[in-house]
Ligand binder design. Structure first.
Ligand SMILES: [Zn+2]
Length: 342
């Protein structure tokens, strides 16, 4: 089985306080199912919901023009309390020896070799838990934070997230704030990867021009194949390629399908089609995986983390060979993490 590193899941903040050490009947990811699917590592996002919202909102789509208003803002205090508790749950699992929270690239390599338990990269999906003065960023780094999206699809002190809209260009709002530019610079300094998946286009280019490190969209699709505001245009793909970065191809059906439908009856082959498109446009070194397990509707055919070998087979069927599959499934993520963390 090919070892898989997956660029994005919402398992630790999915519903209340999930126990990932036991196999659950619902959702997509826990440690037993990771093992069964060959997933030896992944980026574990902490997502703090807006007041009144239980989780990341599901996108209910109708065919045609559709836009979900930006979620209401979340206070720094509320986000910090929620995110610290979620991080503590992940660190508890590490203390119990069930996983390793990645602090260095050696931790990632040990999980690949199988000489350690699976590796979890601690990620903030939206940086509300960091104070605008960035005083807590160092504490978060010490806690194990190694990846961060300045913004989720709602405005905060750092940036304006990309609204979910279809069909729509990603160019639908202002970019980084002054604090956001400071946050990106501080992340580059500390070695915390900056994730662009929920940025609008203006924010994307603000980060690109600052050149903090390889450009990463951890869980996104191709705009030419699905014209959702969350997806990447060809110009954005080109910038990712020339920066040495990557796209974690998302499994969320709405961002894969030409009709933006949130529909589990979507073939796995569509994930492979997005991967093929990115490989043909900017090269195999810039294609990776970013499931959005426990954060979105994914193809029923794939099911959950145990379905990774089915996805590998679908990638094989669009022409990727063994070496390319190893790059998509692990080594491309390994390269960019090493670049950001050095
Ligand atoms: Zn997301």
């Amino acid at each position: 089985m090919i070892p898989v590193f997956d660029g994005h899941n919402d398992a630790i903040t999915r519903q209340g306080e999930p126990d990932l050490s036991r196999r659950r009947r619902d959702g997509h990811l826990d440690l037993p199912r990771m093992r069964e699917g060959g997933m030896r590592g992944g980026i574990f996002a902490i997502f703090s919901p807006s007041p009144g919202a239980a989780s990341e909102p599901v996108i209910f789509t109708e065919r045609g023009v559709h836009a979900v208003p930006l979620a209401p803002p979340l206070s720094h205090e509320a986000a910090a309390a929620h995110a610290e508790a979620a991080a503590e749950r992940l660190l508890d699992m590490e203390r119990e020896g069930e996983l390793v929270v990645a602090r260095t690239i050696a931790d990632v390599d040990a999980a690949y070799d199988g000489s350690s338990p699976p590796v979890a990269v601690l990620h903030l999906e939206g940086a509300e838990a960091i104070d605008p003065g960035l005083d807590s960023l160092g504490e978060w780094h010490a806690r194990g934070l190694r990846s961060l999206g300045p913004v989720w699809s709602r405005a905060n002190a750092f940036a304006h997230g990309v609204q979910f809209a279809f069909p729509s260009s990603p160019d639908i709002g202002p970019g980084l704030t002054e604090r956001g530019a400071a946050l990106v610079a501080a992340c580059a300094e500390l070695g915390i990867l900056v994730d662009l998946s929920h940025m609008n286009e203006a924010g994307f280019w603000d980060v690109a021009h600052a050149e903090p490190g390889p450009l990463i969209a951890s869980h996104s699709g191709v705009h030419s194949l699905c014209a959702a505001s969350r997806n990447l245009t060809d110009a954005q793909l080109d910038a990712i390629g020339s920066s040495g970065g990557l796209v974690g191809i998302v499994f969320a059906t709405a961002f894969l399908r030409r009709d933006f439908a949130d529909d589990a009856e979507t073939p796995i082959a569509l994930i492979a089609e997005h991967a093929r498109y990115v490989a043909e446009r900017i090269g195999i070194a810039h294609v990776a995986l970013g499931s959005d397990f426990d954060g979105a509707t994914i193809p029923a055919e794939l099911g959950d983390a145990t379905g990774m070998p089915k996805l590998v087979q679908a990638l094989r069927e669009v022409g990727f060979g063994d070496e390319e599959l190893a790059a998509i499934c692990w080594h491309n993520w390994r390269r960019v993490l090493a670049d950001w963390w050095r």
